[in-house]
Design a protein around this ligand. Structure first.
Ligand code: PLP
Length: 385
């Protein structure tokens, strides 16, 4: 079956009640048939449910669907996207290991690299996203992993995953990709050669700003390591969130179609606005990595970034002029969202440090929702005025 169908039809085995829609299994543990069944399951001689920190039917349905969509052998779901990121590091790395990462990563991932992982003597080197030789040069004897986000947040930089995967393979290190902005429907990093694909399911996969969730996808061998760590350290996804997220996957394709269509149109219109210095959208011809984005992403996604003339103050003023757009920390929601990184997530950096991270003072990030295109546009026009 094709991805659109799998997202709807790939379903965990029906219960004896023959329900059409998968029910919610709110249970912390499961009963065994007898003492032998219990012994065999604990010894992992037999598959089954023991305890919801290990496995739950709703969580399994979500993992199964995500694995099918990504082209992954296996997966593991976590309570949040950050739990997925941390669990990946904690299960695949050891003290003394080294990571090479692209410079613009999600804020909390940056904190893991700079403040948390060094506690276990795991160090990270940053490389500019477009410097493929730099990635190669930064790989040392202790390097175990290359970690990247593409498209990046909020700069929407695009990394050629096939090219980076070839470098990772040659050097014998793992390539881990945060695929949150693209979702498996627009980009499948594992099929391009990556070893692990991570998602914050909180964003497009939920799509309506209700739940938090994360997922790690990869080969069976790597996921067994993830499982061995996660079962005992406990970052498990809740059955309720898994149930919501599995239902959300059923509409992901139609939602994304509208997100992408609206975002491309808004990006094109923004290019003609006088106060706008530049617009970035992966499938806009003016994007510096347009060719790569067209090759590895089936559509450009729902995020548009642009720089408004006038720096930090103009950015804040623009946000204050919006009425329809929500000012909130989420993205990938049915409701359009605007953020101004220089005065919020990146306000502690100096203007020079911000520029190095690809964040101009007047950069505005739009997460384009599913509202009518003309209502979205009128709100932006009012704010410019
Ligand atoms: C939001 C986000 C995360 C973290 O996910 P949470 O579900 O908020 O923990 C990681 N990476 C990217 C790119 C994100 O946008």
């Amino acid at each position: 079956m094709r991805k659109e169908t799998l997202a709807i039809r790939a379903q965990y085995e029906r219960s004896s009640n023959n329900e059409h829609s998968v029910p919610l299994y709110m249970t912390s543990s499961y009963v065994f048939e007898d003492a032998d069944d219990m012994r065999e399951q604990f010894a992992e001689e037999k598959e089954g449910h023991i305890y919801s920190r290990y496995a739950n039917p709703n969580v399994e349905e979500f993992i199964q669907k995500m694995a099918l969509l990504e082209g992954a052998e296996n997966g593991w779901a976590t309570a949040t996207g950050m739990a997925a990121v941390f669990t990946t590091f904690a299960s695949l790395l050891e003290s003394g290991d080294h990571i090479v990462a692209c410079r613009s990563v999600f804020g909390s991932t940056h904190r893991l690299f700079t403040e948390i992982l060094p506690k276990w003597n795991i160090q990270t080197s940053y490389v500019d996203f477009s410097d493929y030789e730099g990635f190669e040069r930064a790989i040392q004897r202790q390097t175990k992993m290359i970690y990247v986000e593409t498209p990046s947040n909020p700069g929407l930089e695009i990394i050629d995953l096939k090219k980076l995967a070839a470098i990772a393979r040659e050097k014998g290190v793992l390539l881990v990709v945060d695929n949150c902005f693209a979702t498996p429907l627009l980009q499948q990093p594992l099929l391009l050669g990556a070893d692990i694909s991570i998602h914050s399911a909180t964003k497009y996969i939920d799509g309506q700003g209700r739940t938090l969730g994360g997922v790690i996808l990869g080969s069976n061998a790597l996921i067994q390591k993830v499982k061995a760590f996660a079962r005992h350290s406990g970052p498990a996804m809740s059955p309720f969130n898994a149930w919501v997220l599995s239902k959300s996957l059923e509409t992901l394709d139609v939602r994304l179609e509208r997100h992408c269509k609206n975002a491309l149109e808004i990006a094109k219109r923004l290019e003609k606005v006088e106060q706008v210095k530049w617009v970035k959208y992966p499938h806009l011809e003016s994007h510096p990595q347009y060719r790569i984005a067209k090759e590895q992403m089936s559509a450009g996604g729902g995020i548009v970034s642009f720089e408004i003339d006038g720096g930090v103050e103009a950015g804040k003023k623009f946000l204050n002029g919006l009425r329809l757009f929500s000012l909130t920390a989420n993205l990938g929601d049915v409701r359009s969202i605007a953020t101004h990184p220089a005065s919020t997530t990146h306000s502690k950096l100096t203007p020079e440090e911000r520029l190095e991270a690809g964040i101009a003072d007047g950069l505005v990030r739009l997460s384009i929702g599913l509202e009518h295109i003309e209502d979205i546009w009128e709100d932006l026009k009012t704010a410019f005025a």
